[in-house]
Design a protein around this ligand. Sequence first.
Ligand SMILES: [Zn+2]
Ligand SMILES: [Zn+2]
Length: 271
Amino acid sequence: MPIQICCACGTSYPDTAEPPSRCPICEDERQFVPPCGQVWTTPDKLASGHVNAWRQLEEDLFEIHTHPQFGIGQRALLLRTAQGNILWDCVSLLDEATISLIRALGGLRAIAISHPHYYTCVQDWAHAFDCPVHLHAADADWIMRPDPAIRPWQGKTLEIAQGVTLLRLGGHFPGGTVLHWADGAERRGAILSGDIVQVAADLGRVSFLWSYPNMMPLSAATVRRIADTLAAWRFDRIYGAFPGRQIATGGARAVERSAARYDELLNASQP
Ligand SMILES: [Zn+2]
Ligand SMILES: [Zn+2]
């Protein structure tokens, strides 16, 4: 029997003859059930109508994005280090071409995921490349398809390769994680941020929300804590969750400026 994949959010569920009756990820207020109702697919059906496109973002960083867009529409990022490749976040489609290309690049040392919206089919990626999946234990209840490759981690930071560190920031999800890459942006440092620090449309600021599709805020105190945590790390560039969403330079200042503005707006009375 095939595994079942929710078309709205891309989350995979255990193999059953019939699709599940509901998707708890979509039913949570941080996502949504489409007005037409929940629709399901399988890996084979998904691969028959979609492909993964690749883009090289800098010397050691590739974007993997599914076309036509599927689920939430995020990208996965493949980061090359001297100790092996890291996959940051994930997409539901893992086709033969993607497996061959990643094997040609040396396979994967590890996968790390920012939060439950991007768990997708990470179990299949982990098995294809025989590597662990690091996701924060605070979000473990959102694992819809348990798998021994998943290694929930605890605490505030986890170094998964030299100069590659997961930072738990919380916010959008209690275990919300970003990845700090010391050698990124020509060694000025980069943050791979998922939805936890969301790169905004003008590519000069970021946002911090509890729910993006339902436009629900975080508290000012939470945003301040996230900005203060990031301030301890050296970085100049931020790669957000979606294609084209990166702050090429000035990322650390953009976080601080955006957090200050968020605080002003939440505490002011607009006319
Ligand atoms: Zn869903
Ligand atoms: Zn999200």
